[in-house]
Design a binder for this molecule. Structure first.
Ligand code: 13P
Ligand code: SF4
Length: 365
């Protein structure tokens, strides 16, 4: 079978302008901002609701999550926290697949989101019909999908992974002699394939944010700052990954920044990360990896337009009006839970085996 022809056949779906562009939120003035923060804190406390925020959302939503007993985390830890939390209602500040994952793991809980239209180019670029159609060409392959997919795609998969555990899970499958049908991120898929040597067929989707980091300009920046450690999220192009000192999920990037004694870091991921990086490492210098320069094409440079749809105003409204509730189609609920639970069980087993001084789920390039 000509594998290359089959792979090329799975073209990513082109996003319409409507899908690809998100709403730009206005910042509230200082008085309104403080009022909203206080009001949100009171509602969360009085109604025992927990805020689960991703590292890419507005710093105010990250701080509120920490100050009110919720969490700011990567997508794997958001899922685990949501599942283990005793609160009956969670509000997820992130993108749709994160809210859906929380609902799939805890269907009895109410899951709210500030804006249900906050999506992800990877999820949008992998419609379930195309996924089923494409994967049918590889009936013997294990279907491994990134968490950044719809509940429907997850329901048709064998494993769900996030960037913090993808390499370990694929290594495990490789050791069992399995070939893999991977979707949807081509850069992450390529990175996993190189790290594990596994036999993988790759879907050709990409993240509109990480796809924009530029290797040529990054190389120039490294020359200007030879002491800097380069931290790269594996959704970035392979030429950017090749320049990294550390490749890893958002949590792995944070961990590396804490553990390296160096004072300067160049960071190739969403700029929302800068808040925790700077808060947790006072005195260290964090520089955004270039998305601009001669080859610049990005519209929303280094900041996810869908993550940016989470703000204080719509968070407040979702809490007061109980709007933005995640509903997952009954057809997919139980089936999508199986591959997510598989990931959670695998990672709870393997997290104990990390050697001291190692960052789980990351590899030095
Ligand atoms: P993490 O799992 O590393 O948090 O990444 C999620 C994501 O959407 C990155 O773009
Ligand atoms: Fe999706 Fe990229 Fe936004 Fe993450 S940063 S949610 S992968 S579009």
């Amino acid at each position: 079978m000509d594998r290359q022809v089959k792979v090329d056949y799975h073209n990513p779906v082109k996003l319409s302008t409507e899908q690809a562009w998100a709403k730009v939120l206005e910042e509230p003035d200082q008085v309104r901002r403080q009022w909203l923060k206080d009001a949100i804190k009171s509602i969360l406390k009085e109604q025992n609701i927990l805020l689960v925020s991703h590292y890419y959302v507005h710093p105010d939503l990250q701080d509120l999550a920490i100050e009110t007993g919720g969490i700011v985390a990567d997508s794997l830890e958001m899922a685990r926290f949501g599942k283990n939390s005793s609160a009956q209602t969670l509000v997820v500040a992130g993108v749709k697949f994160m809210g859906e994952t929380a609902k799939i793991l805890s269907p009895e809980k109410t899951i709210l989101m500030p804006d249900l239209e906050a999506n992800c180019s990877l999820d949008l670029g992998c419609p379930v019909e195309s996924f089923i159609d494409a994967s049918q060409h590889y009936p013997e392959h294990v279907k491994v999908v990134y968490a950044n997919t719809s509940a429907a795609v997850k329901a048709h998969s064998d494993w769900v992974v996030t960037s913090s555990c993808a390499v370990d899970i694929v290594k495990h499958l490789r050791d069992l002699g399995k070939s893999i049908f991977w979707a949807p991120d081509k850069h992450l898929g390529n990175y996993i394939k190189n790290e594990t040597g596994a036999d993988m067929v790759l879907w050709q989707g990409s993240c509109i944010v990480h796809d924009e980091f530029k290797a040529f300009e990054l190389e120039q920046l490294k020359k200007e700052r030879p002491q800097a450690i380069v931290l790269v999220h594996p959704e970035s192009p392979s030429a950017v990954i090749a320049l990294a000192d550390v490749v890893g999920s958002t949590s792995a990037i944070l961990k590396a920044a804490r553990e390296f004694p160096n004072q300067e870091f160049i960071v190739a991921t969403d700029s929302g990360m800068m808040h925790q990086l700077r808060t947790q490492n006072p005195g260290k210098i964090f520089i955004e990896a270039p998305t601009s320069g001669a080859s610049a094409t990005c519209k929303s440079c280094a900041h996810c337009p869908w993550m940016a749809m989470n703000g204080l105003e719509n968070l407040y409204r979702s809490l007061v009006e109980k709007r933005g509730e995640i509903v997952v189609d009954e057809t997919y609920l139980a089936k999508a839970k199986i591959p997510i639970e598989r990931m959670l069980q695998f990672t709870s087993r393997s997290s104990g085996t990390t050697k001291p001084g190692m960052v789980p789920g990351i590899g030095a390039a």
